[in-house]
Design a protein around this ligand. Structure first.
Ligand SMILES: *Cc1c(COP(=O)(O)O)cnc(C)c1O
Length: 447
């Protein structure tokens, strides 16, 4: 049997998980035939305990591309050489810097370039977009969200509701996983939308749940929200650069994401915002700033806000050039690799990760307790929609010591109390060998 995997046979291989082998030779063979394998060399890996780390936390802070330093240095040099004149005369004029990011960013989220803008931070963008898309009335004021949403999102929703004089306990409808389950059933979301349809103002969900890695069917959720007369918005912190997105075609109203997780643009780097083109001309209520004002008349510095009729019209301030430079360097790598290829590799990496975890379980035997994957599995034909590259694992019978032992073996994973390990093998810089070695280390530690 041939183990050579070409791009075209990826799908076939995925449905034949038994073509995977838990051997170093096999993992290396997979890496050899992976057309994206060399992208790994374009990143800095942390060095731990005398070796390059096995880095699985690209879902928390992506690694630094080697090209980032040059991109930021360019702006430092231009600042030194031009001073204020750099706004128009820098190699990448700062005045319009955000515009050079929109093409690449739009490909990542499946949008028109005019529908995206890089600005501010994620939670700030969520607030700004909710000011436009959460306009509660006494009849319609409810928001449907997922239970245990990322805390920042919970605080944002609660404070927006309070700001409008409503009671968060009454206005927020949380969709929980069913008893004994970890992921949320889509039918439960749809049922809630139908149940609250007359009071519903907004459905605001994380496109990929940060804890379980579950992907939500944003297309259908948006359709159902619209049918109920509500808007649909998504926090794409764990989706952008991780899964296939078609925000424009899905008719999503708004979305926001950060650039420091899967998008490798550095801690706290500039965030993204999406506003569907159908809303651009409506002059929606918003919190305004001069960078959202019509470019032709911005420097007249006169009264009367006239928004740019694109997502740029939601900008407040002039652009944070250094973090945008980092983002520009990272987006270049995404352009070179292509989202389609990245996602194809991601699916294969995820399937191999599942295979390796199952192999470790089999070798540990039932007595030692098991590693339970709570992320929807590749073969999961149930109610779940799928997942990105993240695999969340409940380590039954093990505590934080397991995570510490992994770190002592140079595996950087993520720990959530009481016993969940999250790993995210990302297609840009993780390898099949990383996953094989992770399995060997797990086995060694847990035995
Ligand atoms: C990472 C993350 C955040 C972080 O918000 P910042 O404003 O970037 O600090 C918010 N929401 C979700 C869902 C996240 O995953």
């Amino acid at each position: 049997m041939s183990h050579i995997i070409s791009q075209t046979s990826i799908i076939i291989t995925m449905s034949l998980q038994n073509t995977f082998y838990n051997t170093l030779e096999f993992a290396q063979q997979m890496d050899d035939t992976d057309s994206l394998h060399d992208f790994r060399d374009q990143f800095y890996f942390p060095y731990l305990h005398g070796r390059s780390a096995i880095y699985f936390t690209g879902n928390s802070l992506g690694l630094q591309p080697k090209s980032t330093q040059d991109a930021i240095l360019t702006e430092l040099e231009d600042w030194a050489n031009f001073g204020v004149e750099g706004h128009f005369h820098a190699r990448n004029p700062w005045y319009s810097y955000h515009e050079i990011l929109s093409d690449s960013a739009s490909k990542i989220v499946g949008a028109l370039p005019s529908e995206v803008v890089m600005m501010n931070q994620l939670t700030v963008n969520l607030h700004l977009l909710m000011i436009s898309f959460y306009r509660p009335t006494t009849a319609r004021y409810k928001i449907i969200c997922e239970a245990k949403a990322f805390p920042s999102d919970q605080y944002a929703l609660e404070s927006q509701i309070s700001l409008h004089g409503f009671n968060p306990a009454d206005a927020i409808i949380e969709i929980h996983p069913r008893d004994g389950e970890y992921c949320i059933r889509h039918e439960d979301i749809y049922e809630a939308i139908a149940l609250h349809q007359n009071e519903l103002a907004l459905v605001m969900i994380g496109g990929v749940n940060y804890y379980t890695g579950q992907v939500f069917d944003m297309k259908t959720i948006t359709q159902k929200a619209h049918q109920a007369g509500a808007y649909a918005g998504f926090d794409l912190a764990h989706a952008a650069g991780n899964i296939e997105l078609h925000l424009h075609d899905w008719e999503v109203d708004f979305a926001c994401w950060c650039s420091y997780k899967y998008l490798n643009s550095g801690p706290g780097s500039v965030a993204g915002a999406f506003v569907h083109s159908t809303h651009h001309q409506k002059n929606l209520p918003r919190l305004a700033g001069w960078w959202g004002h019509d470019k032709q008349t911005r420097f007249k510095m006169e009264k009367g806000f006239s928004p740019i009729p694109t997502a740029e019209g939601w900008q407040l301030s002039n652009a944070p050039i250094f973090s945008m430079a980092a983002h520009k360097a990272s987006l270049q790598l995404f352009d070179q690799a292509g989202m389609k290829q990245l996602i194809a590799k991601s699916k294969l990496l995820k399937a191999y990760t599942e295979f390796i975890i199952q192999a470790v379980n089999a070798q540990l035997g039932p007595v030692k307790g098991t590693l339970q994957m709570i992320t929807p599995l590749t073969d999961d034909a149930g109610d779940y929609f799928g997942s990105g590259c993240q695999v969340s694992i409940v380590a039954h019978g093990y505590g934080k010591k397991l995570f510490e032992d992994l770190l002592a073996h140079a595996v950087i994973a993520d720990w959530r109390e009481p016993n969940v390990i999250r790993i995210a093998p990302v297609p840009l810089y993780n390898s099949f060998k990383d996953i094989y070695e992770f399995g060997q280390i797990l086995l060694h530690i847990m035995k």
